[in-house]
Design a protein around this ligand. Structure first.
Ligand SMILES: Nc1nc2c(ncn2[C@@H]2O[C@H](COP(=O)(O)OP(=O)(O)OP(=O)(O)O)[C@@H](O)[C@H]2O)c(=O)[nH]1
Ligand SMILES: [Zn+2]
Length: 332
């Protein structure tokens, strides 16, 4: 899980190419399009579906092109910004992956990191009163978000199951410590459309990924967010020749309110891989001001004397359940 930034030069170069293309398209569209095709000059695009070796790339004009990737350029994933070239038959070949800002990865059977999606900006963690939430799982997702370098928001769904105000307040107070360390929290019910508005506004301008336990309402939420999902899939299938496989493929959907949702069974089932103590404690954002200040450099914040993290828990500055989950993750 890595975060890399584009250099100022790279950004400048991409801007210049985009600007030139926009100018040509605006002033002499016929000529510009003919030129593009005739020259088959490398273009930039975004991978919106990946299914095995098959890719659907959205070009600068918003058209979809069925592409295959050139060998040895690395694993291309959904959300990647790529350089591609049109072949005489109208299909394309991806020749390079542009630097990623963020990467969501999983560990494969051999323990190697395999990218699942790229350039996401936000992890949406869905919970509900039923099935009973697991703080342990929430903390795993939060650690992953921290290490990937994306925002995380916590969304409590099915609040209609707690119509009683006291019950609802009691449930919500179990997650107050997340708000206290800066994670935004939303309480919604898909049965009450008004309750979802504030949360939906958080998706604007972001590339979000939705995760959570089975049964919390992920599919239902996707249906609400993407009323045109079937149409988008149909369009992708048709334009790319990928067929209905696109329902199981990782797909970058366009949200109506200016944003993207990257979704697939694989992405929904994403779990934190194995990580060492140093990275793990970096993943607990409220620990960071204390790191390196314990008496022992390799302090595991358990029974060691002079542990500033445990002291912070005793002083009420760090939630005890967060430290407990840190230990649990460390032991796993
Ligand atoms: N009462 C209530 N039920 C809901 C709400 N949202 C979803 N559900 C129901 O919860 C059940 C599970 O929803 P799904 O959308 O299938 O959950 P999921 O997270 O996609 O589950 P998996 O596919 O197993 O990962 C369904 O019966 C939904 O109708 C809600 O806001 N309130
Ligand atoms: Zn310590």
């Amino acid at each position: 899980m890595t975060r890399r930034r584009l250099s100022a030069r790279q950004i400048e170069r991409i801007r210049a190419i985009q600007e030139r293309r926009r100018e040509r398209l605006a002033t002499r569209p016929e000529r510009a399009l003919a030129e593009l095709d005739a020259e088959q000059e490398p273009e930039e695009g975004r991978v919106v579906v990946r299914h095995g070796a098959n890719l659907a790339v959205e070009d600068a004009r918003g058209h979809l092109v069925h592409c295959l990737a050139r060998q040895h350029i690395g694993q291309v994933v959904c959300g990647d910004r790529v350089v591609w070239q049109r072949l005489p038959d109208g299909q394309g070949v991806v020749t390079a992956i542009l630097p990623r800002t963020t990467t969501l990865s999983r560990l494969d059977a051999t323990g190697q990191e395999k990218p699942l999606a790229a350039n996401l900006t936000q992890l949406v963690i869905l919970i509900a009163p039923q099935p009973e939430p697991s703080g342990y799982l929430i903390d795993q997702y939060l650690v992953a978000a921290e290490l990937i370098g994306v925002e995380a928001i916590l969304v409590g769904n099915k609040m209609d199951l707690l119509p009683n105000a006291e019950e609802r307040a009691a449930f919500q107070s179990g997650f107050a410590h997340y708000g206290a360390i800066g994670y935004r929290t939303f309480w919604i019910s898909l049965l009450e459309p008004k309750s979802v508005e504030g949360f939906i506004a958080e998706l604007a301008g972001q590339t979000s990924v939705l995760v959570g336990q089975s049964g919390v309402g992920k599919s239902s939420l996707v249906k609400l967010l993407l009323p045109d999902r079937e149409i988008q899939i149909g369009r992708l299938s048709q334009a790319t020749g990928l067929g209905r496989h696109t329902t199981s493929a990782t797909t970058c959907y366009r949200l109506s309110g200016n944003g993207f949702l990257i979704d697939s069974p694989g992405v929904r089932g994403f779990r934190l891989g194995k990580i060492d103590r140093d990275r793990l404690q970096q993943g607990f954002r409220e620990f960071r001001p204390y790191l390196g200040r314990c008496r022992f450099g390799d302090c595991r914040h358990a029974r060691e004397p002079g542990c500033v993290i445990r002291q912070a828990v005793e002083d009420g500055l760090i939630a005890p359940e967060r430290l407990a989950n840190f230990h649990h993750l460390l032991a796993d």
